[in-house]
Design a protein around this ligand. Structure first.
Ligand SMILES: N[C@@H](CCC(=O)N[C@@H](CS)C(=O)NCC(=O)O)C(=O)O
Length: 220
């Protein structure tokens, strides 16, 4: 690191699944970073201090060692892949790379945004039952297609037998599914891949209970 470089910074919330993707990637690439918590429950993400970092008011945001601000988890992951080539998150073959990105986007574009905190708040206000039903149905529908697709693509992990970026999206999505009590017995393949991944130290280190902003009572 040169004198003009500092430790990278990750703005994250322990429960945020998009932040969780980046935490796994940072652990995978063995990048040392400073963790800056942004509490989504108190809407710290919508305050002007944070909006100066990321005007969309979403986490994660990542500040590179050179001080550049990056947002959007997949863009951050691609940046990390290009700047830290050791332990690649993308396979060599163009088709396999496309398959990895396909799984990432099924999760990041077609499932995750529909059950995001902001959306749940807008559709159901304080009606907790409605919120749970919406989130559960959204994830269940999305996982039905993903499970079928993974029958073709997966091995030990999402794409064959090597860990890829797709896995960094799967684990946090399963985390959300569990939080909303989705019946995961309908998705044996997703469950198996998730269990395989959750034996790996990088995935354990990046999980919500291990984060500095996780309240004591939620740590296991
Ligand atoms: N597509 C974005 C999603 C970011 C996102 O939705 N973050 C959520 C937490 S997982 C958030 O900040 N929600 C706060 C809100 O919507 O107000 C990414 O991949 O980074």
């Amino acid at each position: 690191m040169s004198s003009s470089e500092r430790k990278p910074v990750l703005y994250s919330y322990f429960r945020s699944s998009a932040s969780w993707r980046v935490r796994i990637a940072l652990a995978w690439k063995n990048v040392d970073y400073e963790y800056k918590p942004v509490n989504l429950l108190t809407h710290a993400n919508l305050e002007s201090d944070y909006r100066q970092v990321n005007p969309t008011g979403k986490v994660p945001a990542f500040i590179t060692a050179e001080g550049e601000v990056l947002a959007q988890s997949q863009a951050i992951l691609e940046y990390l892949e290009e700047t830290f080539p050791e332990r690649p998150m993308l396979p060599n073959s163009p088709v396999k790379r496309a398959e990895v990105r396909e799984v990432c986007q099924i999760i990041a574009c077609d499932i995750h945004p529909l059950q995001n905190l902001g959306v749940l708040q807008r559709i159901s206000g304080d009606d907790m039952d409605k919120k749970v039903e919406w989130a559960r149905n959204t994830i269940t529908l999305g996982f039905q297609g993903l499970e079928k697709r993974l029958e073709k693509l997966s091995g030990t992990y999402c794409i064959g037998d090597s860990v890829t970026m797709a896995d960094f999206f799967l684990v946090p999505m399963v985390g959300n599914a569990n939080r909303w009590n989705v019946d995961m017995s309908q998705f044996p393949l997703i469950t198996k891949i998730n269990n395989n991944l959750m034996t790996l130290p990088e995935f354990i280190a990046a999980s919500p209970p291990k984060q500095p902003d996780c309240p004591e009572e939620l740590r296991k």
